[in-house]
Design a protein around this ligand. Structure first.
Ligand code: SF4
Ligand code: F3S
Length: 104
């Protein structure tokens, strides 16, 4: 499966949702996640993300992100249409402290 990782946080560009053939993105206040049970591994979303936040879950290092995507995709609403990015998206792009800033 593919997973949304930390650089989506507080950027939330949402280009990814427009290309997903199975509409498996879910939206929170500050980031999106992918439902790992619905993702068909097509890979088309990965190059669409301006923040390079979408990764193939092929490394054990991404297990934490997989769990977070699974957890929140069960809670957050589905999203299939692009939204405006968050107002301070460019400012947050690339910061390393995002997860802590949002999830504590
Ligand atoms: Fe959707 Fe394909 Fe991305 Fe999975 S890999 S989230 S199916 S676009
Ligand atoms: Fe996030 Fe990138 Fe999509 S920043 S909302 S994963 S386009």
């Amino acid at each position: 499966t593919y997973v949304v990782t930390d650089n989506c946080i507080r950027c939330k560009y949402t280009d990814c949702v427009e290309v997903c053939p199975v509409d498996c993105f879910y939206v929170g206040d500050t980031m999106l996640v992918i439902n790992p049970d619905e993702c068909i591994d097509c890979g088309v979303c990965e190059p669409e993300c301006p923040a390079e936040a979408i990764k193939a879950d092929t490394e054990p290092a991404l297990n934490g992100w997989l769990a977070l995507n699974a957890k929140y995709s069960a809670i957050w609403p589905n999203i299939s249409e692009k939204l405006d990015p968050l107002a301070d998206a460019a400012e947050w792009d690339g910061r390393s402290d995002k997860l802590k800033a949002v999830f504590g």
